[in-house]
Design a protein. Structure first.
Length: 407
């Protein structure tokens, strides 16, 4: 195999990152697009609140730790470049996305404009809206190089005047990174809400919600942000709050019951929240946001993307492995097919060897996989704490498995 050039210096102290990540001692973790390894401060924040609940009870623990809870909101707002009161905590990105969708009064004939690469749960919600309310689902075409054709999407936006424009920033099924900014700005010029799924991008790349120009940004904690599973958040443009957008099904936390037939939504983004919270996970999410901010999102992106590019190069050099990623910008998700192996079977076999990856089936990306004649794919997703030696270990393991089934 030809020697590869050394990774560019990202400015990160990788040894410190790994020292902060106890999970690296238990195997090679290449499933950060599924759920990453949390750094020690995240675990500590969760444990501290669970201890308070042990000693005081759930309600009393939350009451006693209001300063820490406010700090969690502030940490996520800082991460996103957001103003105070514009972030709502929810269970995950899908809940965040559905809460945003529910705030729009869809009717028969309304159009949702999206891409062919939106996340599967989002596509399912669009189809449900189409079935129940007669909403038209319109998907912009792809560009020849991969990913949405931005100009075509903007032209559809101007011509069809959709009720909503939605886009997944980084799809789950490939290394593709789509650019939401031109579309979001065109939607804003027309007064059309723009909903961005940033599930895979928060924690992987710098995000400034003001620069993007979105109306909503939905995200989760467990992926590249390295927070806990079961926690996510929704950013809401303050202008949308002032315009009165509110979820279809608020509860006593998100709204006040004023009169027998009158409710008053909360004045800020917390109108999109529910009363019952796993506050330990919220505090863990705040700790993850602080940790990512302290490391520097630009540095995290530089290293994670360089590692992914190196992994693609290594895998492509192995006979029997086909790298699937295509697009003008590729992030820290690497997808491939491996001759002689079904991805799910391969994931289990690699896990027994201490290498953690994930598999995608056709149901995760019907449009993209059908267009390319793919039924399944193996997904490997490095993070900034991943080492080049771990990439080589994974490549060698896959090469051995290809050879073991070669006739």
């Amino acid at each position: 195999m030809c020697p590869t050039a050394p990774l560019p210096d990202s400015g990160l102290d990788v040894a410190r990152l790994r020292a902060d990540t106890p999970g690296v001692a238990f195997g090679t973790h290449l499933n950060n697009a599924g759920a990453s390894l949390p750094p020690a401060p995240v675990h500590a924040a969760i444990q501290a609140h669970l201890q308070a609940e042990l000693e005081l009870g759930g309600y009393e623990a939350a009451d006693s730790r209001q300063a820490e809870i406010r700090g969690a909101y502030a940490a996520v707002e800082t991460l996103l470049g957001a103003t105070p009161g514009s972030v709502a905590f929810v269970e995950n990105a899908t809940v965040a996305f559905s809460q945003a969708l529910s705030s729009l009064p869809f009717g028969r004939g309304d159009v949702i404009l999206t891409t062919r690469h939106d996340y599967v749960s989002n596509q399912l919600m669009y189809l449900s809206l189409a079935e129940r309310f007669g909403v038209e689902l319109l998907r912009a075409p792809d560009a020849p190089e991969g990913g949405v054709d931005t100009q075509a999407m903007i032209e559809l936006l101007h011509r069809r005047r959709p009720r909503l424009v939605a886009m997944t920033h980084i799809p789950t099924n490939s290394g593709l990174v789509q650019d939401p900014v031109p579309v979001a700005q065109a939607a804003r010029e027309r007064g059309i809400p723009f909903l961005l799924d940033a599930c895979q991008s928060v924690g992987q790349i710098p995000l400034d919600v003001r620069e993007i120009g979105a109306t909503f940004v939905a995200a989760t904690a467990r992926k590249f942000l390295r927070g806990p599973r079961g926690s996510g958040f929704l950013w809401v443009d303050p202008e949308a709050l002032e315009a009165g957008l509110t979820p279809l099904f608020p509860d006593l936390h998100g709204a006040d019951w004023i009169e027998a037939d009158l409710l008053q939504p909360a004045p800020d983004a917390r109108r999109f929240e529910n009363w019952e919270f796993a506050w330990a996970l919220v505090l863990g999410t705040g700790a993850a946001a602080r940790y990512a901010t302290s490391c520097g999102l630009e540095r995290i992106q530089d290293r994670a993307w360089a590692l992914a590019a190196l992994l693609r190069e290594k895998l492509a050099a192995v006979e029997g492995i086909t790298v699937l990623d295509r697009g003008p910008r590729l992030g820290a998700i690497v997808t491939a097919t491996v001759a002689g192996w079904r991805p799910g079977e391969l994931v289990a076999d690699l896990r027994r060897a201490g290498i953690r990856t994930s598999a995608l089936d056709r149901g995760s990306a019907v449009l993209d996989f059908d267009a390319r004649g793919i039924q399944e794919a193996l997904r490997l997703s490095p993070h900034a704490f991943t080492t080049e030696d771990e990439l080589q270990l994974a490549t060698d393991a896959l090469a051995d498995r290809v050879a073991s089934r070669r006739v």
